[in-house]
Design a protein around this ligand. Structure first.
Ligand code: ZN
Length: 157
């Protein structure tokens, strides 16, 4: 279930209303009451506290919280080329981009080592998320509590 934003007009609680209208189709008359069984079906958003939302042109899609993937600048890769050391941070737009970036950094370290550009090294990296855009970065986990390392290991195996 996706989270819904508060009402943009008053901050109240937004409800998604699905209304079945019109006559039932034959399938519905046989007892299967699905959305498709109604000839007319209306879905709209309204606010518990004001009428402004219902009168606006906003739809469900406008009011869903963006998926974490879509939070602009809210995901960043960190990379320490030599542990212990200062991490470098780099913003990414999504998990796939994070994997790509981490692989590139890892390969780049290896390349530099093999070509005598850098000495023996121990690197580390990961993905952080700033869920609320407040600058409180924390380790990113997916819905199954896997971090980016675990996801990348699964990809490799
Ligand atoms: Zn409202």
């Amino acid at each position: 279930m996706r989270e819904v934003k508060p009402c943009p007009y008053c901050g109240g609680k937004v409800m998604l209303v699905c209304k079945r209208m019109g006559p039932l189709t034959e399938a519905a008359l046989e007892g299967n009451h699905n959305q498709e069984d109604f000839e007319l079906f209306e879905a709209y958003v309204c606010c518990e506290d004001c009428d402004d939302l219902e009168e606006s042109e906003l739809t469900e899609e406008d009011l869903f919280m963006p998926e974490v993937e879509n939070w602009e600048g809210a995901l960043r890769v960190w990379w320490i080329p030599q542990v212990p050391g200062t991490p470098m941070y780099y913003p990414v737009k999504g998990v796939e981009q994070a994997k790509f970036t981490l692989r590139l950094l890892s390969e780049y370290d290896l390349f530099q080592f093999e070509n005598n550009i850098k000495p023996d090294y121990s690197n580390a990296g990961g993905l952080e998320v700033d869920l609320k855009g407040t600058g409180d970065w924390e380790c990113w986990y997916d819905e199954a509590e896997r971090d980016i390392d675990e996801l990348m290991e699964e990809d490799d195996s």
